[in-house]
Design a binder for this molecule. Sequence first.
Ligand code: MN
Length: 335
Amino acid sequence: MSNVETEPAVLRCGEPAGDERGTPRPQLPRVEVLAPREVPLGGPRAMTVRRTLPQRARTLIGAWCFVDHYGPDDVAATSGMDVPPHPHTGLQTVSWLFSGEIEHRDSLGSHALVRRGELNLMTGGHGIAHSEVSTARATVLHGVQLWVALPEAHRDAARDFQHHIPDPLQLDGAEARVFLGSLAGATSPVRTFTPLLGAEIVLRPHATATLAVDRGFEHGLLVDHGHVRMADTQLGPAELGYLDTGNDTLTLTNASDKTARTLLLGGPPFEEEIVMWWNFIGRSHDDILQARTAWQDGTDRFGTVEGYNGDRLPAPALPNATIKPRANPPRKGTR
Ligand code: MN
């Protein structure tokens, strides 16, 4: 997916942490509720997504730096998704569908169908380009597009594309699909550059699931449909609940008589400072400028996407105002 906000802001994430020594830690883990905002993706097919990351209150959860949630959209009524070839640097894209089908083409030569329950992870380290078009076979489009920031040592990694279909895992009160990292004894074989967790968890009606998690990870729980209590906090559809590091277990409760579907994301806090603009992640304004110029000039940094019917996406104009950095809020307590 392409980030096509009309006035993309430059974000600077992972600023040095603040310190609030002397603040007692509460006994119950405190969940911060991150509400989505609706963002039209523009273009010929005006699809709208619900974006929970980045936002003013938080820019990263682990290395997860972008969470777009969309659908269920009737493709016949909304025209579905049609994102022309566009570039990425310094990040990985994670496509995960609840329903529908998307045709992916990239400048590595990959031509893949993204389907429900199948992970597609694309590495756009130094530079890659791709297009995404929902197919006519899928009548309902529903899923998420996630981005992962690459750490300094790997942000110029070679282009890559990985595909994985996790086996559904039956847990007490829930069914899980672990597409990245490890949860409940299942481990994804997909390679990442920082430790990450990515899993779909469907809670049965009136069920509670208690999951062992890595206490060095912070976590985000996105509710797709239904209502879920995360620790002691109720989350509604499209909300993202954030939980800091320091927890050995995570308890999710669905008190309703319908199933609830969630996505659990996690990772150790990403401490590097990054600059994010349009579809690029760098470390400085100059990195962004170089990537944008290379894309606009059609250099081989991003390669060519074959088989897309139409023109590629031009980059928006760079802001000429001083770049205003944004950061995660100061971290609470001491660890
Ligand atoms: Mn994209």
